[in-house]
Ligand binder design. Structure first.
Ligand SMILES: [Zn+2]
Length: 500
């Protein structure tokens, strides 16, 4: 999140008192206009290598205020109001927001009606006059938010047996609300949900108010830390909210389908000790609360939504899963609160930093708690690593998502393939330096975003030598480099070559 405004441009329309005050504080400079007034509205992006049209240039969001009204059925759109507070970072004739899959009724910029049009997956807003760079702006969008998916477009609202949840990663927050839908732009969130009596709503952060009326209740939640749009969570359901206490009196809050409460309790009691275990490894838990949201839905994934991770109930009720496996998946999502949420990826190509670390602590927990040696897992990963690189690209240069399946960037190359890189690093620099690096990474970049280059730099600092070449092969090479300390580990391809 970037709160410091950049250089302002000369004012080109009468300013409101609020904007006058903001711009008057700033040093003067001139920037060029992003768009000529006469240019047609076009979808814009921040140039992410994997998702070129995600996010938008020219502004930095400081906060979102989201209001949803759930109609009591999953087959009709929710009514919604999204208010975005942002700083412009360049003069803007238009403001592009990411938004698709809802009907826009009205848009205001700084309280004044603004023209708008939809192009691609962007909502292009034209205020009544250009906005100078380095000024505050407030955009209010009245819209619907449709939980019924369109063919070939996945993510956003998850329809559960008793309500809704969110799964926005990687590019689907803007199917739910207008936003700057890229992980590089974190912001604070206030989320308000009105639902008919009998439902319970929960969102990221802590509750700040409940208003009960005759037929509906409005819940309000607010984050205490900035968050990426992909990590937003809104749950509406026939839910019970369970409270317990973690280390340092951390409020631990789980949201479960009321009917499954008893069956899930034995798993939920494990969270406080898991948080303590993670804190011992990498330092203090980074947020104001944590807990599990159990969704009665077949999603095919778990998701580290900030402060409230989303899980399929089936993961816990399917008797075929051994306990150590279920617990290590719980730790995977918990580890993401440090790696992926608090320290967010700057671009989607930095995803290996999130998934690699979550996989690492998932495996380390299984090793320490269930005697599942990590080395066996990494040896197996090493065997397959070349194939993963061929299929999905090297860990830090992943291939683009498959057409129509944008979550297909979540391939083995960024999970075990990336955790294998961390193992190679630990082998290379030794356990003490590696463990110091992990703690420093989590604390230095907390509440921020970081890149692969940042990690390489910090690792070099903690090892006392330049690791650029080491990482070049491990992160960007088409072939997996030799594993330090294990000269006889072979990839499947080299095994075949050796046999010929
Ligand atoms: Zn993960």
């Amino acid at each position: 999140m970037l709160l410091t405004p950049r250089a302002p441009a000369p004012r080109t329309r009468p300013r409101t008192p609020r904007r006058l005050k903001a711009t008057a504080r700033l040093a003067s400079a001139v920037s060029t206009c992003l768009l000529a007034v006469s240019a047609p509205a076009t979808p814009l992006g921040v140039g992410d290598r994997l998702f070129p049209y995600l996010g938008n240039p020219g502004y930095d969001v400081t906060s979102y205020d989201l209001s949803f009204t759930y109609p009591g059925t999953n087959s009709e759109p929710l009514r919604a109001v999204t208010t975005i507070d942002a700083w412009t970072t360049t003069p803007l004739d238009r403001v592009n927001l990411d938004f698709a899959h809802g009907k826009v009724d009205a848009v205001e910029v700084d309280g004044e009606p603004a023209a708008f049009t939809s192009v691609g997956e962007d909502l292009v807003v034209t205020p009544d006059g250009p906005l100078p760079g380095g000024s505050r702006m407030r955009i209010t969008v009245r819209h619907t938010s449709d939980p019924v998916p369109t063919e070939g477009r996945e993510g956003g609202w998850v329809r559960t047996a008793d309500g809704l949840a969110l799964a926005n990663q990687a590019d689907a927050a803007h199917l739910v609300f207008p936003c700057n839908d890229h992980p590089s732009d974190k912001a604070m969130f206030t989320i308000r949900v009105t639902a008919p009596t009998g439902y319970t709503a929960v969102a990221n952060g802590l509750p700040v108010g409940v208003e009960r009326a005759a037929r509906a209740t409005t819940w309000t939640y607010r984050t205490q830390h900035p968050m990426a749009t992909e990590l937003a969570q809104v749950s509406v359901g026939r839910s019970t909210v369970l409270h317990r206490t973690g280390p340092h009196a951390l409020p631990v809050r789980d949201v479960v389908p009321t009917k499954d409460r008893a069956a899930l309790e034995r798993w939920l009691t494990k969270t406080p000790d898991q948080i303590t275990w993670m804190e011992d490894k990498v330092g203090p838990y980074p947020f104001e609360t944590y807990g599990l949201l159990m969704a009665d839905a077949i999603t095919g994934f778990e998701l580290e939504t900030q402060t409230l991770s989303l899980f399929e109930t089936d993961l816990f009720t399917e008797p075929a899963h051994p306990a150590w496996y279920v617990e290590s998946i719980m730790v995977h999502e918990l580890a993401h609160q440090w790696f992926g949420d608090s320290v967010g990826p700057r671009t989607w190509s930095d995803l290996w930093l999130s998934e690699g670390h979550a996989t690492w602590y998932e495996a380390l927990y299984a090793e320490e708690k269930a005697k599942r040696p990590m080395e066996a897992r990494w040896k197996a990963a090493y065997r397959t690593s070349d194939r993963w690189r061929a299929a999905g690209g090297p860990p830090a240069a992943p291939k683009a998502p498959d057409p129509g399946r944008k979550i297909s960037i979540f391939r083995p190359n960024v999970y075990d393939g990336a955790a294998l890189v961390l193992y190679a690093l630990r082998q290379e620099i030794g356990r003490p330096a590696f463990e110091q690096l992990e703690r420093a990474w989590a604390s230095r970049y907390h509440d921020a975003t970081a890149t692969t280059a940042d990690f390489v730099r910090l690792a070099s600092a903690f090892s006392g030598r330049d690791l650029g070449e080491f990482f070049q092969g491990w992160l960007y090479g088409g072939k997996t480099p030799p594993m330090p300390g294990h000269p006889y580990w072979k990839t499947a391809a080299s095994q075949r070559a050796g046999a010929q």
